[in-house]
Ligand binder design. Structure first.
Ligand code: SIN
Length: 306
């Protein structure tokens, strides 16, 4: 059980700690997500799952760059029929909220996957409308306000659990898309997915990733993600925001709270460190709050706007 200083409520979910596992890292199996919970996460988000299985792109799918990773896995997953069993197993191991990340190629498909994930035990859903490189889904939906509205509204009409919408930073006006998601009924926003990027091998003279372009994560993108959270909070006062992008220390997490996030997601820092990064971040936040004579994380949410 977490300390009351660090526990919080977001979109109806109770978290013992403010850090969630971000989708895409260690989110495939019940056991790996359990390890992340043991490391101090307050909730976990699964790898994104679709109606039909997808094998993803050929290797190389990940490249380490200065202060980050660029990945283009291609949304590999076994399909919701098979993954439903993993959701059920996860619910027997994990007491903390299990948020299932889903995607589809139409609003109806998102809704079918949503229904199946919830029937298997998902406590909440995160709509991946922001993967920057898979065709006809992801950011092709999240960058288009009309499609985004339809997807969120259709899923909301299908399920009763909280629906988080993971936004793309690869847009001109993130506030417009955030407010579209809110108007369609989103219960919370996750800001943000990866930044579209490329790495080139100077010896071969060719792009390194098989897919050529991928998504940049890690410290290299932290201040872009932070700006996205700040912009959304400035215009949308009431929607809970989960900050995501390059968080690897308690100071990073606190910056996101001050910008307006109520919770944070961590992914790449686990790959560079271990799931225990959550414990280190939790301790740092707790010490910071004590030093400031504050009783909960909630007291610093959005403080940089005042
Ligand atoms: C991938 O599977 O290639 C990444 C998914 C994402 O960026 O949402």
């Amino acid at each position: 059980m977490g300390s009351s200083t660090l526990s919080l409520q977001i979109a109806g979910l109770s978290l013992d700690y403010p850090g969630m596992l971000a989708s895409g890292v260690l989110g495939y199996s019940a056991e790996s997500m359990f390890r992340v919970i043991e490391g101090g996460a307050g909730a976990v988000v699964t790898k994104s799952v679709s109606l039909q299985p997808r094998c993803g792109y050929a290797n190389p799918t990940v490249v380490q760059v200065k202060s980050g990773l660029i990945n283009a896995m291609g949304l590999p997953n076994p399909g919701i029929q098979v993954y439903a069993e993993e959701i059920r197993r996860s619910k027997t191991l994990i007491r903390q909220p299990l948020i299932v990340s889903i995607f589809g190629y139409s609003a109806e498909e998102y809704a079918v996957v949503a229904g199946k994930a919830v029937a298997a035990g998902a406590d909440a859903l995160e709509l991946n409308v922001s993967c920057p490189h898979v065709k006809q889904t992801g950011s092709e939906i999240g960058q288009n306000a009309a499609l985004l509205f339809e997807v969120v509204k259709t899923v909301k009409a299908t399920v009763k659990v909280p629906v988080f919408v993971k936004l793309s930073p690869n847009v001109t006006d993130i506030v417009h898309l955030a407010s579209t998601a809110v108007d369609a009924g989103a219960d919370a926003l996750t800001a943000v997915n990866t930044l579209r990027a490329i790495a080139i091998n100077v010896e071969t003279t060719r792009p390194i990733l098989n897919n050529i372009k991928g998504g940049l994560s890690g410290p290299a993108m932290k201040n872009v993600a932070l700006r996205c959270v700040y912009d959304i909070r400035e215009k949308l006062a009431n929607i809970p925001i989960v900050g995501c992008g390059g968080i690897s220390s308690w100071q990073d997490a606190v910056e996101f709270f001050l910008a307006g996030a109520s919770a944070v997601q961590i992914g790449t820092a686990i790959a560079f460190d271990s799931p225990k990064v959550f414990q280190t971040i939790n301790q740092g936040i707790e010490t910071y709050l004590k030093k400031k004579h504050l009783r909960s994380v909630n007291e610093i949410v959005g403080l940089s706007h005042h």
